[in-house]
Design a protein around this ligand. Structure first.
Ligand SMILES: NC(=O)c1ccc[n+]([C@@H]2O[C@H](COP(=O)([O-])OP(=O)(O)OC[C@H]3O[C@@H](n4cnc5c(N)ncnc54)[C@H](O)[C@@H]3O)[C@@H](O)[C@H]2O)c1
Ligand SMILES: [Zn+2]
Length: 341
């Protein structure tokens, strides 16, 4: 089994191994994933006592109520500082369990067993955890790395195609910002081939792990993981978080960022087309209609990353590198948005 070691935890690749814990364990999942995969986890895990709770499925349940449900279960079952929580699910479950584990009795360990492509390549690695509230997404949370992450492509067999593609968007994001060879590899790759899929996941996680190792608290290069997200978050919000999956909104967001990068001569027309073709290859959306560019522009300032009213844009600098721009003139941004009217 391949493994990537970070200073405080390891990321394991391959078939989920037999695991055990000397203490109580609380598995947190949702009703859908429980039906598909809880038995597999239970058959691979032994502990003094194992409890499971199923939250409701959906981003709309990534909130304080669900955190309370997790904490209630933890207290009801008398978990203590020697106990362990396990997140079995996508990014929603992973982010919530990381947060709940971080605040229960001032913090107990937890494992990430990501079951979506997005959570395998992105959200389960890096220690960002949290929930949404009415002011926005992921505004409440902690940096709280797991004890370990187990990435097994077996779980992806039941993932709907759209969810799979949404995960590919985050992989393309990493290739464009950090690794030209990986980008070229993706252009040729057939992800229906399990070995290729495994290699791609491993390469994407390696990039993410390297980035968070260098910059855990997002003071520098970790910001590059937000390529496509400054635009994407607005697209998600304008679609009431139901029209587009996160990865789909990020795909359109990357096209918008690339339109800006093209105007700044950071990428060529050919590179612009290559990125678009790669997104289309994986059935990701690349078209979008902006109804009101002034309104879209003012939405930039709702992002928690727009510190001091400066909007930070991550732009590709050719393929395989990036630049951060936080002082672009409003006229240029409106001109970019106008290309989508
Ligand atoms: N912490 C981070 O660094 C980070 C990074 C990126 C995204 N995120 C967060 O991750 C979340 C998105 O994660 P996601 O895309 O995994 O969404 P998700 O957790 O909502 O999962 C998507 C859907 O797939 C279902 N599902 C999960 N595993 C399945 C499987 N194996 N088979 C069939 N269905 C399955 C889920 O029940 C859900 O309906 C967002 O809340 C986002 O904010 C966090
Ligand atoms: Zn993302």
């Amino acid at each position: 089994m391949d493994c990537i070691h970070l200073p405080t935890y390891s990321i394991h690749f391959g078939e989920l191994p037999k695991l055990s814990h000397d203490g109580k364990v609380l598995i947190i999942t949702n009703s859908k994933i429980a039906g598909l995969h809880l038995n597999k986890l239970l058959s691979h895990f032994s502990a003094n006592e194992i409890y499971c709770i199923c939250l409701q499925d959906g981003e709309e349940y990534k909130n304080f109520n669900s955190i309370e449900t997790i904490l209630e279960a933890a207290f009801n079952h008398r978990l203590n500082r020697n106990s362990l929580m396990i997140a079995l699910g996508g990014g929603v479950i992973g982010d919530m369990v990381g947060f709940a584990a971080g605040i229960f009795m001032r913090g107990i360990p937890y494992l990430q067993i990501p079951t979506t492509l997005l959570s395998q390549v992105d959200s389960s690695v890096g220690g960002k955890t949290g929930i949404n509230n009415r002011f926005g997404k992921n505004l409440i949370g902690l940096f709280n790395p797991p004890k370990a992450v187990y990435i097994d492509t077996y779980f992806l067999q039941t993932l709907p195609n759209r969810e799979f593609s949404a995960g590919v968007a985050e992989i393309i994001k990493m290739a464009v910002c950090f690794d030209r060879d990986f980008f070229t590899f993706l252009q040729e790759a057939n992800l229906e081939d399990t070995n290729i899929l495994k290699e791609i996941i491993y390469r994407a996680v390696s990039i993410k792990a390297k980035v968070v190792l260098e910059d855990e608290r997002e003071k520098g290069i970790r910001a590059a993981l937000n390529y496509g997200h400054t635009f994407g978050h607005i697209i998600e919000r304008l679609g009431n978080f139901s029209e587009f999956l996160h990865g789909e909104a990020v795909s359109i967001g990357m096209i918008m960022a690339n339109t800006l990068a093209l105007k700044l001569n950071l990428i060529s027309n050919e590179e612009f087309t290559n990125i678009k073709n790669l997104l289309n290859k994986f059935h990701l959306p690349t078209h979008y209609k902006i109804n009101n560019k002034e309104a879209f522009y003012s939405d930039f300032f709702l992002d928690k990353k727009s510190l001091d009213h400066k909007i930070k844009f991550i732009l590709p600098n050719k393929i395989g590198a990036f630049v951060i721009k936080d002082n672009l003139p409003k006229e240029l941004l409106l001109e970019t948005l106008a290309s989508f009217e």
